[in-house]
Design a protein around this ligand. Structure first.
Ligand code: DX5
Ligand code: ZN
Length: 231
C-alpha cells in the first residue's frame, strides 16, 4: 500500500477513535503504543505545537520517528505550528501518513495542501472554533481531510465546543463523501455520539483514554457510542 493510501485505512475503519498521545507516558512509549494497539486503536494522532502558533510546546520529528518505529498503524500528524511549509518533508520522512495544517497558520492554504499531497501523503486542513468557517471552505476540494477543532488548539483537557457540530454538518453538505471529517478536543462519552451524528468519522481523544486505566474499555465504549450516534 502506498503512503498516500495508508491514511485511507482510517476512513475505512470509521468510526475511528484516534488516541492523541499528548497525555501518554513518554517514559515508556513502546508500552503505551502496544497497549493502544491491543485496545484496538486504528491509528495514532500526534500533536505538534511550537510555542508560537499556540502557547504550548510539545514535540517534533524525533517523536514521530519513534512512534513510526513502534507501529505499522497510520500516523496522523496535527501541526499546530506557524508556517508549517518549512517542515512538511521532514515530517513525511519521519513517518507521517497524513499531515494536517491549520488554516490560521499559513498564508496560502491551498498551496500548502498541494505541497503535502506532492509528498505522497494525505493532506488535512484544521480550523479553530474562533475562526470564521468560510476561511476553510475554499480548501475543501484541495485536501483529503477537514479537522474541525472543538476546542481552541493548544491543550488537552478542554471542554467541547458544540459549534463544531454545525461545522461538521456544513462541511458534509459542501464537500463530497471523499472528504474525511475529523473532530478534535473534548471528545468523550458525553460528546462523541453527537459528533458522529453530525458526520465526523475520525475522533481524536486524549483525556477520555489516558485518564482511564483500561484503554480497551475506553476505546471500546467510545467506539460503540460513535456507532450508535452515526447510525
Ligand atoms: C488540542 C489537541 C488535541 C487534544 C485532545 O490542541 O489537538 O488532540 O490533545 O485532548 P482531549 O481529548 O483531552 O481534549
Ligand atoms: Zn490534535
Amino acid at each position: 500500500m502506498s503512503r498516500r493510501d495508508s491514511f485511507r485505512q482510517l476512513g475505512a475503519a470509521a468510526p475511528a477513535i484516534l488516541p492523541s498521545l499528548l497525555l501518554c507516558d513518554f517514559s515508556n512509549l513502546e508500552r503505551e503504543i502496544a497497549r493502544l494497539e491491543e485496545a484496538g486503536a486504528p491509528g495514532m494522532h500526534l500533536d505538534v505545537m511550537d510555542g508560537n502558533f499556540v502557547p504550548n510546546l510539545t514535540y517534533g520529528m524525533p517523536i514521530v520517528q519513534a512512534v513510526r518505529k513502534l507501529t505499522q498503524l497510520p500516523i496522523d500528524v496535527h501541526l499546530m505550528i506557524r508556517q508549517p511549509e518549512r517542515y512538511l518533508s521532514q515530517f513525511r520522512d519521519a513517518g507521517a501518513d497524513l499531515i494536517t495544517i491549520h488554516v490560521e497558520a499559513v498564508d496560502d492554504p491551498r498551496a500548502a495542501l498541494g505541497a503535502i499531497r506532492d509528498l505522497g501523503i494525505g493532506a488535512g486542513i484544521a480550523i479553530n472554533p474562533g475562526t470564521p468557517f468560510d476561511q476553510v471552505t475554499d480548501c475543501l476540494n484541495a485536501c483529503d481531510l477537514l479537522l474541525v477543532m472543538s476546542v481552541p488548539a493548544g491543550f488537552g483537557g478542554q471542554s467541547f465546543d458544540r459549534t463544531a457540530l454545525d461545522r461538521l454538518r456544513q462541511a458534509r453538505e459542501l464537500a463530497g463523501s471523499d472528504l474525511l471529517l475529523e473532530v478534535d478536543g473534548g471528545v468523550n462519552s458525553d460528546t462523541i455520539a453527537a459528533c458522529a451524528e453530525a458526520g465526523a468519522q475520525l475522533f481524536v481523544v486524549g483525556s477520555a483514554i489516558f485518564r482511564r486505566d483500561d484503554y480497551r474499555d475506553a476505546i471500546g465504549q467510545l467506539q460503540r457510542l460513535a456507532v450508535l450516534g452515526g447510525g
